[in-house]
Design a protein around this ligand. Sequence first.
Ligand code: NAP
Length: 356
Amino acid sequence: MQRALTLAVEGWGQVAPNPMVGAVLLRDGEVIGEGFHERYGGPHAEIVALGRAGDAQGATCVVTLEPCAHHGKTRPCTDALIAAKVNRVLMAVRDPTPEAGGGAAVLRENGIAVETGTCREEAASLNAAFLWNARRSDRPFVALKLATSLDCFITDGSGHSQWISGADARDFVQWLRAGFGAIGVGARTALHDDPELTVRGTVTPRVAPRRVIFAGSTVLPPTLRVVTTATRTPTSIVCERDVAQRISADPAYEHVQFVTADTLLGALRALRRDGVTSLLIEGGGVLAAALLEEDLVDRMYWIQSPRWLGQGTPAFPDGRSAIPLAEADPWAVTDRRSLGVDTLLTVDRDLCLPAS
Ligand SMILES: NC(=O)c1ccc[n+]([C@@H]2O[C@H](COP(=O)([O-])OP(=O)(O)OC[C@H]3O[C@@H](n4cnc5c(N)ncnc54)[C@H](OP(=O)(O)O)[C@@H]3O)[C@@H](O)[C@H]2O)c1
């Protein structure tokens, strides 16, 4: 299953909003075929693995998600597994979608032994955005990425944030961007850093993520890179109604989509209606704290740099509600690793585990 999970990740940036899936076929302890879902609308992992194996009679199929039982863009994987006469299917998590789920029952009805649950948490974490959207479709899956100093600042005392984290962490963030439908920042980050918010890493996403600036009452100048490059990369400005009324008719913003809503949740809902299923927020602290305060963050990528800054822009400014320790349930730790000298901690608010 670990091998199947590793294969599944190869679909990062290519298959969303569909899930990443990896599959390995084994017979007599030998791998006879393996594969992953490589591109949106393309063959599923099981089909690729069966194709590589040629003859899979009597084999065990180890797969990270329940094989689909429906005619979607491709034929049901259950049909292919039954036709190939595999003996056993070992899957990590069920597919909770009404359209594609139910594969385990179909396999069992056809005499194939099915076991569920191996590496269940890892598989759920891998497809967190997919599972989130299967459960709730009213707003996107929201991940927050912040790079902080040891003392939890996101800039130094004079406002510089480039670069708190090192080259490995920055490569990771480029990789991360490729897997999200949209990338968001707050007004002050847009003004201060003038970021491009495009993907410039090793993975080129199937669809370039939309840039979303949470501008509030701020009038973003048309000279900002996200505005001047809006013809190339879709860009939304989420702002107060009077700001949108004032500037949206200006030809300089012609290619920018304006989103107005009274609350952050309202803005997220508007983005979801517009097709954004996952959103990576890259700061700054004021926007991050507002999202956390309203319980609108589903995952946090915290990159901690081993530097002490003493002063700076706080990652989470004061003014938040107090939560007694006894009520502060821990988030699920889904990844913890080194990125050069920096440390990445990934935590999920709710793993959205489908019933096993
Ligand atoms: N180290 C890192 O990972 C990292 C990442 C990003 C940024 N940064 C740095 O952080 C600094 C900016 O961070 P920041 O915390 O000062 O500001 P920020 O979070 O980037 O922007 C805050 C502004 O966003 C607007 N906003 C829109 N909707 C909002 C909402 N619902 N709740 C709260 N604010 C909302 C508000 O503008 P109005 O007041 O006009 O309404 C608010 O003042 C920059 O210097 C940047 O370089 C560091």
